[in-house]
Design a protein around this ligand. Structure first.
Ligand SMILES: [Zn+2]
Length: 241
């Protein structure tokens, strides 16, 4: 009897270890990681993966805010037990080169301590006009934390009106740890309001919205294919007049 229990326990422990191993492998090696690494190694040979800044897919409310490859999507799992709360657009350039523009009209705030981040208040969600939403943009600094945000928006900026297409700054690779920079990209997430006029914590995916309908692109990792997100049909990406 004791022996049977031992083997049952061993089997369960082995099974759990296998599931965990599969999860770790999928998180760090699978999914979109391979493509992101391939793009970062040689962006010039993957130009067909890139979206164009200031374009929009068909009648999407939001403009594409920067040029590059949308490597990671909403709900992607490249960190264990921490689904990605937004999208990452990789410019394939050095920090400070690829411009970042406002995707929509709103009111821009940069908290006093923010080196690389901005948030835009959108009083009327274009998809649900009875609510307010926020567009959070980050990684606009170099590895040392030198900001790449346009000088119009110094730390402490509060409620400055911006129009869709306004220049906000440049893509960077600031991670908070100078010895471990991330690939140069823009992180964008759409953040819920707490109901009293403040944004909720962007780090929790429950406080963010699926960006797909705002860009008219499949940006939900659970629904997307493994091919880079691009406008549905050729020619449907219309630059601003
Ligand atoms: Zn991100």
């Amino acid at each position: 009897m004791k022996k049977k229990l031992f083997w049952l326990g061993a089997l369960l422990a082995g099974g759990a270890a296998l599931v965990l191993l599969a999860l770790v492998l999928r998180t760090y090696l699978g999914g979109r990681n391979t493509d992101v690494y391939a793009y970062l190694r040689d962006p010039s040979s993957h130009k067909d993966w890139e979206v164009q800044a200031l374009s929009r897919c068909a009648d999407a409310p939001f403009l594409i805010p920067t040029e590059g490859y949308i490597g990671y999507l909403w709900q992607d799992s490249f960190k264990l037990f921490h689904p990605h709360q937004g999208i990452d657009i990789f410019g394939g350039t050095q920090p400070g080169v690829t411009p970042v523009y406002a995707p929509y009209n709103g009111f821009l705030t940069r908290e006093p301590g923010w080196k690389s981040s901005l948030i835009i208040r959108v009083p009327q969600d274009p998809l649900q006009p009875d609510r307010q939403v926020w567009i959070y943009l980050t990684h606009l600094a170099d590895p040392a934390g030198t900001s790449l945000i346009d000088t119009h928006f110094p730390p402490g900026t509060s409620e400055t009106p911006v129009k869709a297409g306004d220049l906000l700054g440049y893509q960077g690779n600031y991670s908070g740890d100078p010895s471990n920079p991330v690939g140069v990209h823009l992180h964008l997430s759409i953040v819920r309001d707490d109901g009293t006029g403040h944004y909720l914590n962007e780090l929790n995916i429950k406080n963010t919205l699926d960006p797909s309908p705002y860009f008219n692109l499949q940006l939900n990792a659970r629904a997307a294919s493994n091919t880079p997100p691009l406008c549905a049909a050729r020619g449907s990406s219309q630059p601003l007049p």
